[in-house]
Write a protein that binds this ligand. Structure first.
Ligand SMILES: *[C@@H]1O[C@H](CO)[C@@H](O)[C@H](O)[C@H]1NC(C)=O
Ligand SMILES: *[C@@H]1O[C@H](CO)[C@@H](O)[C@H](O)[C@H]1NC(C)=O
Ligand SMILES: *[C@@H]1O[C@H](CO)[C@@H](O)[C@H](O)[C@H]1NC(C)=O
Length: 453
């Protein structure tokens, strides 16, 4: 089930123990006192609510699954229904994989804020995202306009916790590691846009697939080089616990590997369901074994879909039926509150050395693609109205990037719908759940008459 692992001998040489840059001391920003919820900021390798350490204790929220092309935060009835359940669970955060940047989100965001819940927003969606098979071409002005419009829509809410600049774009295929360049460029552009527009500094980072052979290189890459090109945090998906324990699941190594990483790390998806689910991950994440390095995580997932990870079954627009795992997850949260104190977090941020090219990692340069000229205009004028979850998408509109390397030629993909499925957005979950995803994917592709796999 696990992807290929590097020989353990490599672990010692590739660990993050050696910090490259001089640590930068950082003071937490003052929280917004007028807000119903204090804003969360990054300082050192942790998140903070004022002077209180903040741990992500949340769920992934994707009712209808990844193929629904729906924004759950725009569905006010469904939102009310689920906020009641979130309160029962006692979570403090949700992740939403897809939002419609052409509509207003006041009602749902307020309901969430009133319940003490923060939101982590994926700034991409299947139509407007980096395509791992043609990353240069998909990194264009139309794409960035959608990403920036998503920032415009959500940055005004005090309970927006963070933005993901990409989701599982790099996967277990070696060539996909080259798409990391464009994800990092997107991260850079998002952070720059937030500064240029004078916005609150909502943290921006990437959510990595559960792929062991390139996880460390990807993490290093996202936090190496110039300050304005690095991420504010790093997140990855992890399905390794499987009702085992800290040692058996290999989490001791995950702590070791990320010790000294220098920015916050959390799990953007966790919750293996092999061997049943008692959510022992929560106890581990909240324990002193992990808190110095990790800032919690998001359990995959809230709504039950075909892959069987959900903890509630959505019956209709205003009712759900809780699965047995609902009470188990809630109990795990109650039994393992967020620790008091700073949990051993560092007070300064730092970067790490850039990874070098090897058998599992193809990026050979520290140069990033330049921002497309059209996007530079948006930096000054603002993004304007977003395209929402409709339109032709951005992946095939042709590259306007002036990257120094070769620009990939247009692909033969015929419709945006197909191209989205070909790459970039496997929002159904981790790579380790691939067989489940592929079954659905093949059906979709067969229906639309094009087989791209
Ligand atoms: C730790 O890092 C090494 C080197 O990159 C990698 O081979 C190993 O899989 C990592 N371990 C875990 C548990 O992530
Ligand atoms: C690998 O990725 C590069 C850069 O995106 C692309 O130009 C090339 O065609 C890809 N090669 C294969 C075999 O997919
Ligand atoms: C990884 O990406 C490649 C290229 O887009 C794709 O062919 C492959 O199916 C993906 N792997 C998984 C497990 O999704």
């Amino acid at each position: 089930m696990r992807s290929i692992c590097l020989a353990s001998a490599l672990a010692s040489t590739m660990g993050l123990g050696l910090v490259s840059s001089t640590p930068t001391s950082t003071d937490p920003e003052q929280p917004n006192k007028r807000a119903s919820l204090p804003t969360v900021t990054v300082s050192g390798n942790a998140f903070w609510q004022g002077s209180t350490r903040f741990y992500v204790r949340g769920v992934d929220y994707q009712p209808g699954g990844s193929s629904a092309m729906k924004d759950p935060l725009a569905d006010t009835t469904g939102c009310q229904r689920d906020v009641s359940e979130f309160k029962k669970l006692g979570i403090n955060a949700i992740r939403v994989y897809m939002v419609d940047n052409s509509v207003n989100h006041d009602t749902c965001m307020k309901a969430l804020a009133d319940a003490g819940i923060y939101v982590i927003i994926d700034a991409n969606n299947p139509l407007y995202s980096i395509n791992r098979d043609s990353p240069a071409e998909s990194y264009n002005t139309k794409y960035l306009q959608s990403v920036f419009a998503t920032i415009d829509e959500f940055i005004k809410y005090d309970n927006t916790l963070a933005f993901f600049s990409g989701n599982e774009v790099v996967n277990d295929s070696l060539n996909s590691t080259l798409s990391a360049l464009y994800v990092k460029a997107t991260t850079r552009d998002m952070r720059q846009y937030i500064v240029n527009r004078g916005y609150r500094k909502v943290p921006v980072g990437y959510s990595a697939a559960d792929v062991s052979q390139n996880r460390m290189q990807l993490a290093q890459y996202m936090n190496c080089g110039a300050e304005d090109e690095r991420s504010d945090f790093f997140a990855f998906n992890d399905y390794s616990w499987c009702n085992s324990n800290f040692e058996t699941a290999g989490w001791a190594y995950k702590v070791k590997n990320f010790t000294g990483y220098g920015i916050p790390v959390f799990l953007s998806e966790y919750g293996c369901k092999t061997n049943g689910r008692d959510f022992g991950e929560v106890a581990a994440l909240m324990s002193s074994e992990m808190t110095a390095v990790y800032s919690g995580g998001l359990m995959y997932e809230y709504a039950l879909g075909e892959n069987g990870y959900g903890i509630v079954k959505i019956s209709d627009s205003d009712s759900v039926s809780e699965q047995p795992e609902f009470a188990k997850f809630s109990s795990a949260l109650v039994a393992n509150p967020a620790p008091t104190g700073d949990g051993g977090a560092t007070r300064s941020t730092s970067s790490v050395p850039c990874p070098t090219k090897d058998d599992y990692w193809l990026v050979d340069s520290t140069d990033l693609p330049a921002m497309p000229d059209g996007a530079k205009v948006l930096m000054v004028d603002g993004a304007g109205i977003g395209p929402g979850l409709k339109g032709d998408g951005s992946q095939n509109v042709g590259s306007t990037s002036t990257e120094s390397g070769s620009i990939s030629s247009p692909t033969t993909m015929t419709t945006p719908f197909n191209s989205k499925n070909a790459a970039g957005m496997t929002t159904t979950g981790s790579v380790d759940k691939a067989p489940l995803i592929i079954t659905g994917l093949v059906m979709v592709l067969t229906l639309t008459g094009t087989l791209l796999l």
